[in-house]
Design a protein around this ligand. Structure first.
Ligand SMILES: C[S@@+](CC[C@H](N)C(=O)[O-])C[C@H]1O[C@@H](n2cnc3c(N)ncnc32)[C@H](O)[C@@H]1O
Length: 301
């Protein structure tokens, strides 16, 4: 798909080392089903890989967004995990992720298919000054995830992301339910109470902390590589890959970090492209593709 040589490749994917804007520009129009990514956030407290300032964030992100839009197919999706940020030196919040969303829809012409919120129960009480020392704010433990699309009808099926029914729902399914008007004004008919194989999930995703004893972490330790400092858990890309793509579709992560997206895509038999600007992160990410357990079960699916 690309003229330049990948840093590594697997059965289904390729990881490229370099600036994602430059590399995305070499990819053909309408070639990707899903862009699944977590770009550097507009943080006042910078990570080791550098973060744009929240004040300049929208301007910085815009050329990337235009490329993403060009690359996705007509029924494709762009999913952006983006955390909020505190303003520097005072206990109030930046609006940068909301400004980004407005600009992506109003200027770039993307559609907001749905807004998601990722609840991270294990988030640290930071910034310590406002949360743990002065105790005037609470923990910031929700990331926004903007699901955007090129048209109003991106490919999607919530049948692929059903969750186990709650105990109450299982009881209702077993006992049956009398149709009645709910206080909310909704009339719940027996049709709603048939077993459809699982519950339709909400747009609030509760996913705990990162892997703490994975092969990736162990192998990074043994190789003397620092694990990526801002990984998302595999459940996040997995959810959106299942929701918006089918087997053998193309998934792109232009800010790949430790390439969790590529790992999730490979596991679910999707083709993938990952781009990361730091060689040490890509080097570490290679360990994700040598875990025998993972790929034994992947090939058995
Ligand atoms: C929030 S991290 C992504 C973490 C990733 N989701 C994971 O779970 O490992 C953002 C990544 O974008 C990379 N990055 C920043 N600017 C970039 C650029 N212009 N091209 C490619 N990668 C870039 C950073 O080095 C960092 O690893």
């Amino acid at each position: 798909m690309l003229a330049c040589k990948p840093y590594y490749e697997t059965h289904l994917g390729r990881a490229y080392l370099g600036d994602c804007l430059r590399i995305m520009r070499q990819l053909p129009d309408d070639s990707v089903n899903l862009v699944m990514t977590s770009p550097p956030f507009g943080l006042a407290f910078k990570k080791e890989y550098g973060n744009p300032d929240s004040d300049d964030y929208v301007e910085w992100f815009l050329p990337h967004a235009r490329e993403m839009k060009r690359l996705i197919k007509k029924d494709g999706s762009i999913v952006i995990d983006i955390g909020g940020a505190w303003k520097k030196g005072n206990p109030t919040r930046s609006l940068y992720q909301f400004k980004l969303l407005l600009t992506l829809c109003e200027e770039v012409g993307l559609h907001l298919a749905q807004d998601f919120y990722w609840f991270r129960p294990a988030a640290l009480p930071a910034p310590a000054e406002w949360v743990a020392v002065r105790r005037i704010r609470v923990k910031d433990s929700v990331n926004c995830i903007w699901w955007l699309s090129k048209t109003e009808w991106p490919k999607a099926s919530n049948r692929n992301v059903l969750q186990p029914y709650s105990k109450d729902m299982i009881r209702l399914l077993q006992k049956g339910y009398r149709s009645k008007l709910r206080p909310s004004g909704h009339f719940v008919t027996p049709k709603f109470m048939s077993d459809r194989g699982g519950a339709i999930p909400p747009n609030l995703l509760q996913v705990g902390g990162n892997e703490s004893n994975s092969h990736y972490l162990k192998a990074c330790g043994e190789a003397g590589l620092r694990p990526h400092p801002a990984r998302f858990p595999r459940e996040i890309p997995e959810f959106f890959i299942k929701l918006t793509t089918e087997e053998t579709d193309w998934v792109l992560d232009p800010f790949a970090g430790s390439n969790v997206t590529g790992e999730a895509a490979e596991f679910m038999n999707r083709r993938w492209i990952a781009i990361e600007i730091r060689k040490d992160y890509l080097e570490g990410s290679l360990f994700r593709f040598e875990e025998p357990e993972l790929f034994r079960s992947a090939s058995a699916r």
